[in-house]
Design a binder for this molecule. Sequence first.
Ligand code: FES
Length: 157
Amino acid sequence: MSTATDDRYNTLEKSMKKLGYDKSALIETLHTAQETFGYLGIDTLKFIAQRLRLPYSKVYGVATFYNYFRLKPKGKHNVVVCMGTACYIKGSNKILEKIEQRYGIKVGETTPDNVLSLLSARCFGSCSLAPVVVYDNVPKGKVTVEDSLCEIEEMIK
Ligand code: FES
């Protein structure tokens, strides 16, 4: 998914704009990015570096320095459930609960076989499509519990 068509990048862009693209707000920006994406992927870090006009090595260095930041989910596959208000109202908490029950893991955890990591995010910026779930970096909207469980089964088989 490109940065131009992925609403999550718009959310991140708005946040950086609000802070005046201030280089000294890098940590705050990384927090926002992690809340938006569930983790900090290389494309996301490059996007931040470019927008804040910082060397990629600096952004990567800060992201790896703090234990709080997660550079990638541990599992081979990952699912990120949006827990923002719009998605929550439309039942994303139920989707999350079912995934937790089915795979025996909590948010932030990975199955013992390292196949699936479950993450949550605050808002992907696609609220009109709530509830939204991202499967291996592909966002899907208006998701039901059943859709979500099927999607994950397909993804990990
Ligand atoms: S609250 Fe889920 S996309 Fe905005």
